[in-house]
Design a binder for this molecule. Structure first.
Ligand code: NAD
Ligand code: INS
Length: 337
């Protein structure tokens, strides 16, 4: 592609869809959201009007229209597959928010369709790989300066979730971030998964066990525990502590000014994902625009999306049966090497 602006369509213009439109049109370079679609027509039309883009009632029609060079899929999880498949069929690049799909089988169908099409087109929105803190951790681990990593303690805390968020989503929608970023951080796949429950918070509802702890082991034996607590009522808090042979490494947070007032000294922390990871989203989407214009996928692939969901599925099985489940994975196809 030449140096023209990348014409982008967005399907699903809810919370994160709109933040991506704003970052592309107001802050980043080389792309413009010129079209959008949403199943909620009235709402979608208002959003389109607000951002000056063309509204399509049918997202698949937008993808096949020839009017856009690439598409961003930010619908709720169960509809990702439909639009990613439409993009592969149309032969255009697609950035799909995580998870690639809520089921491993759906991710597998996407991988197979991409391989049959003969060209990598799909990038998955695992934005933590673009976070400065995780990048620093990876750098510190890479050369074994502090010896081998042995165990990791992580936490994924959200202030609140709505009624549609149920027990499986703690793994499939939230801890899928840790599943991806820790595999990338340690540069190895997982061997087993387990999920145990804690005492339920009074803030949860009948369909959600909250908090939960997922325990993963990697092929080399690194042990990882991740707490998902999605109704803390007060904070968005992401922790990752890596215990190495010779040092303990902790994920830094984006800094905030220290305030001393009312006899308390401290600093504010984030209350949702959109501010906690804003820099990571900006780098992620800018790099996606750049690589798309160069005609290649440079971020987490459909294969990474598939591996994540196979791991999540094993964790779900482990949770349902309260046992430890071995993670069985196919060999990575050469297509993704
Ligand atoms: N990377 C991250 O940190 C991050 C953060 C938030 C959300 N997400 C992901 O982004 C996606 C959207 O999350 P959200 O918080 O913006 O949700 P949301 O509910 O605010 O928005 C989803 C939008 O999709 C629309 N939609 C639903 N079904 C559709 C369909 N079949 N066709 C077209 N539009 C449809 C809805 O009307 C809504 O406007 C989810 O997959 C979520 O996991 C990722
Ligand atoms: O969809 C959101 C998003 O992925 C956030 O980054 C995560 O912290 C939430 O738990 C999840 O529900």
């Amino acid at each position: 592609m030449d140096n023209k602006e990348l014409r982008i369509g967005v399907v699903g213009v809810g919370a994160i869809g709109r933040t991506h439109i704003e970052r592309i049109n107001d802050q980043l370079q080389g792309g413009r959201v010129i079209a959008c679609s949403d199943v909620n027509t009235e709402f979608g039309k208002k959003v389109a009007e607000n951002y000056g883009c063309t509204f399509y009632e049918d997202g698949e029609e937008m993808i096949a229209s020839g009017d856009i060079d690439a598409v961003i899929v930010t619908t709720i999880d169960p509809y990702h597959e439909q639009y990613v498949m439409a993009a592969i069929k149309a032969g255009i690049y697609v950035f799909c928010e995580k998870p690639l799909a809520p089921e491993a089988e759906a991710c597998k169908r996407i991988v197979e369709a991409e391989i049959s099409g003969g060209k990598q087109l799909v990038q998955v929105g695992f934005m933590r790989r673009y976070d400065q803190g995780y990048r620093q951790l990876k750098e510190a681990i890479k050369n074994r300066t502090y010896g081998e990593p042995l165990l990791l303690h992580c936490a994924h805390r959200n202030p609140a979730v709505d009624e549609s968020y149920d027990t499986p989503m703690a793994v499939e929608n939230s801890m899928i971030h840790e599943i991806d970023v820790l595999r990338w951080l340690l540069d190895e796949d997982y061997d087993t998964a387990e999920v145990v429950f804690a005492k339920n918070t009074r803030r949860t509802h009948a369909n959600l066990m909250d908090p939960q702890i997922m325990i993963l082991t990697t092929k080399s034996g690194v042990r990882i525990d991740v707490e998902a607590f999605v109704n803390t009522g007060h904070c968005y808090d992401i922790k990752c502590e890596v215990c190495c042979e010779d040092a303990i490494l902790n994920l830094p947070e984006p800094s905030n000014i220290e305030v001393c007032a009312n006899a308390v000294r401290g600093h504010a922390i984030h209350s949702d994902w959109s501010t906690r990871f804003v820099d990571a989203y900006n780098v992620e989407i800018q790099e996606w625009i750049n690589s798309t214009k160069e005609g290649r996928v440079d971020g987490p692939t459909a294969w990474d999306g598939y591996v994540g969901q196979v791991t999540a599925k094993a964790a779900s099985k482990a949770r349902d049966n309260q046992t430890v489940v071995k993670i069985e994975m196919e060999e990575k196809p050469d297509f993704y090497n």
